[in-house]
Ligand binder design. Structure first.
Ligand SMILES: [Mg+2]
Length: 101
């Protein structure tokens, strides 16, 4: 690894933290967990925007202090879960899946 990759060396711990956040959220939300959600579901964007809103709230003058980093990890966790859902490449399109429920 070259020296210009120095800034990435500690990212493995961050990725483990993101995975831990996904597992924790999955346990917390139970049947409403997004982990098995179809990548075409409209839930993804609303949940991601909700987490981004919590980042914005952490930056307001009267927002909760000290949790900006945790809120950013939540954003990463939702984004990572969404990418994983895309990578699973479900056999049926979302619209078709919804009509067969
Ligand atoms: Mg959050």
């Amino acid at each position: 690894m070259s020296d210009d990759m120095h800034c990435y060396r500690d990212d493995h711990a961050l990725y483990r933290e993101v995975l831990h956040a996904r597992l924790k959220a999955h346990e917390k939300h139970g049947d409403n967990s997004i982990e098995a959600e179809h990548p075409g579901s409209p839930r993804w964007l609303s949940i991601l925007v909700e987490e981004i809103g919590e980042v914005a709230n952490a930056l307001t003058y009267d927002g909760p202090t000290g949790n900006l980093r945790a809120e950013l990890v939540d954003v990463l966790a939702v984004a990572a879960a969404w990418v994983s859902a895309i990578d699973r490449k479900p056999a049926t399109p979302y619209a078709e899946q919804e009509t067969t429920k």
